[in-house]
Unconditional design. Structure first.
Length: 496
């Protein structure tokens, strides 16, 4: 029977709960805003507190007989052509961990694109899964990584036939996508599942002009952040499942290991409302966004010293398979401009925040929430930035390694290095030592150094020069990167 996507059962249950004026002698302790700090109420508004309640024993009864969450998840699965969907309130950082543990366990191998998010590495540390790194396709001209190719996964499986499955990130934060159909075929010919970290692809199922999304491409599990390219609240994430290579009860069980027992009703309601919005109006909304992005791209291209990366830049032999135009990636050729400088100037002088900045680019993410009212000030600010930068000294240089120098030996498992005895040593003396921490330029959150990797001079120079130029390393023990955390004493056991 066709699903009724005019309904939003979880969101509607929140409305009904408030209308019923139910008295709660349960958490949360603010009791529908009555006990909240007055100044906090003034700033956040009472609506936040009125929608904040227990999911079970509150919104639903203690046995969840209303089935509001189950009904909302079934509608989401139907909207995006999945068999099962699960909501989470700890972001895709939780969802991807659950997906990994549903495929592999301690001491078992999992093929993983080395351009994975730091949450993937966190899962390796906590689970003891053995990573088999699959190298991204590296654009040496633009100093940019694209997802690994099907041939890369084929070769990794030939060398590691015991691997339990694979994980690939697509789209990347820059909008580049993998050939998911072909990668899924590589895995499925061997009876192994494909997990796709599609955190940046919530919008993909709802418009034919966008890259094929993971479920339609044959992936087994797909993780999506609704708060990134959708209109859900921060931390709103879902993971979808199809096929018979991963059991739904196992996936849900693994998610329960990581998730909170106090999920946010506000976040669940936002997920439910977004699904209804997209099921009913997604194509129209995304047509608007794509048309807007095309105009913005054309305008920025006319600004001296700025080039908007497009399909010709990102796609082709040895590069990405496809391309999402909504992350507007601006390459800066003016020697006075780095992405870091550009991002800081736009925030300080124009009250504009960009999504990410690296040594030569900024990414201004557009969604269907944008309009000419938001993009006109953006384009004007970029023109002013180009004018202002004419009088600046050259930006500090970041020593980006060649592709062959960017990757380091995985000398031991991330888990073993992370939990080993450690010491902090000066960066100048760290080459040859085994890293005991992640070092992650953020955003986008892809680690440059993993626990268990043997540090090399080129990567250390890249990070040191990056910090001097404005790179942010929030997870390093020393964010200024004067020291780096390494294993002490005897080396931990070797990887693999």
């Amino acid at each position: 029977m066709p699903k009724d996507h005019t309904k939003a059962p979880f969101l509607e249950a929140v409305d009904a709960y408030r209308e019923a004026e139910m008295l709660a002698f349960t958490p949360p302790g603010h009791k529908q805003a009555r006990g909240a700090d007055p100044e906090t109420r003034r700033i956040l508004g009472d609506a936040v507190f009125l929608g904040d309640m227990l999911a079970s024993g509150g919104l639903d009864d203690r046995r969840r007989r209303g089935q509001y969450l189950q009904d909302a998840e079934e509608l989401m699965a139907d909207a995006v052509h999945a068999t099962h969907t699960f909501f989470t309130t700890c972001g895709s950082s939780l969802s991807v961990k659950a997906a990994m543990l549903a495929v592999a366990g301690p001491h078992e191998k999992l093929l993983i694109g080395r351009d994975a998010h730091k949450s993937v590495v966190s899962a390796l540390i906590l689970s003891g899964i053995v990573p088999v790194w699959v190298e991204p396709r590296w654009d040496a001209e633009r100093h940019l990584a694209h997802p690994p190719s099907p041939a890369d996964f084929e070769a990794a499986l030939e060398a590691n036939p015991e691997a339990r499955g694979a994980l690939v990130t697509s789209p990347t934060p820059y909008g580049a996508t993998a050939d998911l159909r072909a990668i899924a075929d590589v895995l499925h010919r061997r009876g192994k599942p494909l997990v796709v970290d599609e955190a940046w692809g919530a919008h993909l199922p709802f418009h034919p002009g966008l890259p094929t999304w993971a479920m339609d491409a044959g992936a087994d599990v797909c993780v999506t952040s609704i708060h990134k390219m959708g209109s859900g609240l921060e931390q709103g994430s879902v993971f979808h499942l199809q096929g018979d290579l991963v059991a739904p009860d196992i996936l849900k069980n693994r998610a329960d290991l990581w998730g909170t027992t106090s999920p946010s009703v506000l976040i669940f309601a936002g997920l439910d409302g977004w699904r209804r919005q997209m099921a009913l109006h997604g194509r129209e909304l995304l047509t608007h966004a794509l048309d807007l992005a095309a105009g913005v791209r054309a305008e920025i291209e006319t600004i001296d010293g700025m080039h908007v990366n497009d399909r010709d830049d990102f796609c082709g032999p040895g590069l990405a398979d496809d391309f999402d135009p909504l992350p507007v990636v601006i390459d800066l050729s003016n020697p006075a401009l780095s992405g870091y400088r550009a991002a800081d100037w736009l925030r300080e002088h124009k009250n504009i925040n960009v999504h990410l900045a690296d040594h030569r680019r900024v990414n201004v993410q557009l969604t269907y929430a944008d309009s000419h009212e938001t993009t006109r000030p953006l384009v004007a600010a970029l023109r002013d930035l180009a004018d202002a930068a004419r009088d600046w000294d050259p930006a500090p240089r970041v020593a980006v390694p060649d592709p062959g120098e960017l990757r380091m030996e995985q000398a031991c498992l991330p888990r073993d290095a992370f939990f080993a005895r450690t010491e902090d040593v000066p960066v100048e003396t760290a080459a040859g030592r085994i890293a005991a921490e992640m070092v992650t330029p953020y955003p986008p959150g892809i680690p440059a150094v993993l626990p268990g990797e043997r540090l090399t001079g080129p990567v250390l120079a890249y990070l040191s020069s990056g910090v001097e130029a404005g790179m942010n390393l929030p997870d390093a023990a020393d964010p200024e990167f004067r020291t780096v955390r390494v294993t002490a004493g005897e080396e931990p056991g070797r990887a693999g």
